[in-house]
Design a binder for this molecule. Structure first.
Ligand code: SF4
Length: 415
């Protein structure tokens, strides 16, 4: 235990510690039933998936939660953090912090600062947990969804599976495989019963999807916290796609300590039809108005997924959120990497940076850090090919909806 004590001491004196509370306190689930240390840990080629010692991905509702939490990969992440080493799968957080724009790690360590001592005490020398006691869980309730956003894939959207044939025998085939839904863990009440046993001191539940309001079974899980009244200590956090209004859950939500709702609206007017295909602005806006009626009892924010597709429309988006009087958060796409904004052509980068003056200083900084990263021409070519193949399959044209791309796709042909 010597190294724990040493690091425990170092944590208090060294602000540059690599420690993060989430691998100790958090369950981050994914639609196909795999688990990662958190939602921003590196998922390329499944790098952060919890795996058995034999290298098999653990799956929710099939494998016991203590085994998932104490997988060799998760133990290694905790042990490295204790030793002051940056785990490879956490590189995004350290990158953001070096660029002074905050990180999920930073937020989590603030949120759970009072539990940091307990994290150390609850750790065996090999990095495993003595006891499993989740304080924060994220449930990505499968891939049932009525949209197929360009930035998404079949793992998170059942509707995306309609388009995966567009990528058969191409370089994109492994990113867009046909998803075989063998285990619908998010409909399994036995899974919810097991999870509930490890949630005696839970503080936050984050529910998303797919579109979580389409999975009525998660109401069974919420009801357990209502029945034992621990709901009064738990914050609920939802991510909704604004294509429907979740009437059936409102009464349950009102029982919880508070409710934060992130609305996934990535662009405006006709542009949203392309970006979050096949959304319609009139439907999105109607549901937005209905949800905003609850502004006084629920904390409602817009969480925009920012990619190559919408980065040129930031000033207009800022005006829109200002008019609504609601907070706007940005989540920059890292995966798939060819949709990341660092790959914009240089002249479009300039245009973007000249059109963010309505954003706050903090928001502008975030955009600048992302856009000014070294671009990768190979990834840009991949972006052009991906969009062209997808447009052909969907019988749609990016040039019609996102005019800033007109000159780049005008003469483009897949070689
Ligand atoms: S350091 Fe960042 S990526 Fe790693 S577990 Fe914490 S929040 Fe997630």
């Amino acid at each position: 235990m010597k190294e724990l004590n040493n690091f425990d001491k170092a944590y208090r004196t060294n602000v540059d510690t690599k420690f993060c509370t989430l691998p100790w306190l958090h369950l981050a689930t994914h639609p196909i039933g795999v688990v990662t240390p958190c939602c921003v840990a590196d998922m390329k080629n499944g790098a952060s998936f919890s795996q058995s010692p034999e290298g098999k991905n653990y799956k929710l509702s099939k494998d016991p939660l203590p085994e998932i939490a104490n997988s060799p990969r998760f133990n290694k992440v905790r042990k490295q953090m204790i030793q002051g080493i940056e785990p490879d799968v956490c590189k995004n957080c350290y990158f953001y912090e070096r660029n002074k724009v905050g990180s999920k790690r930073y937020d989590a360590n603030n949120q759970f600062a009072d539990l940091i001592d307990d994290c150390f005490k609850n750790t065996n020398p090999d990095g495993s947990l003595k006891e499993l006691n989740y304080r924060y869980i994220e449930l990505r309730l499968g891939n049932v969804c009525n949209l197929k956003c360009v930035t998404c894939n079949g793992f998170s959207s059942s509707k995306w599976n309609e388009d995966v044939l567009a990528f058969k025998d191409t370089q994109f085939e492994t990113i867009y495989p046909k998803i075989d839904k063998t285990v619908e863990w998010y409909r399994d009440t036995n899974f919810y019963d097991e999870l509930f046993r490890y949630c005696t001191d839970l503080r936050e539940i984050w529910i998303n999807g797919g579109e979580p309001t389409l999975i009525k079974e998660h109401g069974y899980f919420l009801q357990k916290f209502i029945d034992n009244r621990s709901c009064e200590n738990i914050e609920l956090h939802y991510s909704l796609n604004c294509t429907a209004f979740p009437d059936k859950f409102i009464e349950q939500w009102k029982q919880f300590k508070n409710v934060k709702i992130h609305l996934s609206i990535d662009d405006l007017q006709d542009r949203i039809h392309y970006v979050r295909f096949p959304s319609r602005w009139d439907v999105t806006y109607k549901n937005l108005e209905k949800i905003l009626k609850y502004k006084d009892i629920f904390n409602i924010q817009i969480l925009q997924t920012v990619s190559m597709l919408n980065i040129a429309n930031m000033n207009n988006f800022k005006k829109f959120t200002n008019e609504l009087g609601i907070e706007w958060l940005m989540n920059f796409v890292k995966y798939p990497d060819y949709l990341g904004v660092k790959n914009l052509p240089e002249d479009l980068k300039k245009e973007v940076l000249n059109n963010i003056d309505l954003l706050s200083e903090e928001e502008q900084n975030k955009v600048v850090v992302e856009v000014t990263q070294q671009r990768d021409e190979v990834l840009y070519q991949k972006f052009l090919e991906f969009v062209t193949r997808l447009d052909n399959k969907r019988n749609i044209d990016i040039k019609k909806y996102l005019p800033e791309w007109e000159i780049y796709f005008k003469d483009y042909k897949i070689s």
